[in-house]
Design a protein. Structure first.
Length: 104
């Protein structure tokens, strides 16, 4: 093999080695970029999820408060009705007692 051919083969091997190292560097950079973007996506998704949870919690609290007020109002109305009925019955009961005592 001539010296010139040997130099050509060595140069080609060096070029291949440099290309391989360059490709490895690019691959590492690409992997780092994907990780960086992935972490950003995860952080963004987590922030959106937390915001949505906070919104849902506020909406749920508001609905629970409204339902509690409605229930309290309904209960107060029922209580007033029962109290009025009881007061009427109390008057009737007092009158019945008076009649029995007077008639005996």
């Amino acid at each position: 093999m001539s010296l010139e051919m040997l130099k050509t083969v060595c140069a080609a091997e060096e070029n291949v080695l440099r290309a391989k190292l360059h490709a490895q560097d690019k691959a590492r950079e690409s992997i780092d970029e994907v990780h960086r973007v992935g972490r950003g996506d995860v952080a963004s998704t987590l922030a959106r999820a937390e915001a949505e949870i906070a919104h849902l919690m506020r909406a749920t609290d508001q609905k629970a408060t409204e339902e509690a007020k409605e229930l309290a109002s309904t209960t107060a109305n029922k209580l007033a009705t029962m109290r009025a009925r009881a007061e009427r019955r109390l008057d009737d009961a007092a009158q019945l007692i008076v009649e029995r005592i007077v008639n005996n």
